[in-house]
Write a new protein. Structure first.
Length: 331
């Protein structure tokens, strides 16, 4: 069994940062390697993303510019004009077959930026200039999955508590709600769980929390009073997809109170065409990436008729359980 984080690369500039010290305390047996800049390791040529995912290394670094990025067209903005994301971490503990990160990054290792205060300051400056901000916090990673050694989620919730014009969305495939369970829910934070049918999750969402664990985390968060979002996104046109998604929605209906669900995001698979091409060059072990997708304006997805059929099917399954106004489409 390969062990993650057997080696930790540390930028010299953050070697003595208190957050670096705290993280290293969690991995006392890891070999520590000093580096000048994280890109010297993360961006070097000749890396194999797939092999590195078997035993990822950790890179601790300082982010020095661009703390906010405009949200991608591939992600729903929920009608917020100021939709942005930040990158507290690059790459993810999980290993989903459809994840665009493997087509975007040259490395399967994980970068953690320890200088959160610079991110906070940049966010405050944006709020002062623009008045409001919808910030996707867990975008190129799954922050809640790393909370045990990189507690950024808690820190950002505490930051948002005194900034009511900041809306945070924290999306996850983890079952780690217990790490937040002692916090007081606040109205401008959304906890969002990506939910997939159990058979699909087991096959293509490797290392993620089991479906039941995600649903129980979601249920507990909703009962505790958090704004909770269910993300049926991406819907995957896998064999017997109608039956598998029917079973999934039935399980949601059996376990969750619809009145305690803020909304449900529904969207089919879509991706930058270049990212998919890069992924196909790395992987021949998953049929998911070789579906006869259609390409339009640099984006690959199912055909328009397939997308409409899938979204209509999901909406019909949700009908009568949750009101239509809570169903948000993105495809």
């Amino acid at each position: 069994m390969f062990k993650p984080f057997s080696h930790i690369y540390i930028e010299e500039e953050v070697e003595d940062h208190f957050r670096t010290v705290q993280i290293l305390e969690k991995f006392k047996s890891a070999e520590r390697i000093k580096i000048k800049h994280y890109k010297d390791v993360f961006n070097k040529r000749g890396q194999n993303f797939r092999i590195q995912k078997l035993s990822p290394k950790l890179i601790l670094a300082k982010k020095k510019d661009q703390y906010l990025y405009p949200g991608s067209d591939f992600s729903p903005n929920f009608d917020h004009p100021q939709f942005y994301y930040n990158t507290l971490a690059l790459n993810c503990l999980y290993d989903c077959d459809y994840c665009y990160l493997q087509g975007m990054f040259p490395s399967g290792n994980i970068v953690l930026f320890v200088n959160w205060e610079d991110f906070f300051q940049s966010t405050d400056e944006f709020l002062e200039k623009h008045g409001n901000l919808y910030l996707a916090l867990s975008y190129d990673t799954d922050l809640l999955a790393t909370e045990a050694f990189f507690p950024a989620t808690k820190a950002w919730i505490e930051f948002a508590e005194s900034r009511q014009n900041l809306i945070l969305e924290i999306r996850t495939k983890s079952g780690n709600y217990q790490t937040l369970a002692g916090m007081r829910p606040i109205p401008n934070v959304i906890l969002a769980w990506t939910i997939s049918p159990e058979i699909i999750s087991k096959q293509v969402e490797k290392k993620t929390a089991p479906l039941d664990a995600r649903i129980q985390s979601l249920k507990k968060a909703s009962e505790d009073g958090w704004n909770v979002r269910i993300c049926l996104d991406p819907i995957l046109r896998e064999p017997d997809w109608k039956d598998t998604y029917s079973d999934l929605v039935l399980k949601l209906r059996e376990n969750l109170n619809p009145d305690k669900i803020m909304d449900i995001s529904v969207g089919s698979f879509r991706m930058n065409a270049d990212f998919l091409k890069n992924m196909q060059s790395l992987r021949q072990d998953t049929a998911l990436l070789y579906y006869p997708f259609q390409k339009k304006d640099g984006v690959v997805s199912y055909s328009e008729s397939e997308n409409e059929q899938m979204v209509h099917w999901i909406r019909s399954l949700l009908s009568g359980w949750i009101i239509d106004a809570k169903i948000k489409l993105s495809y």
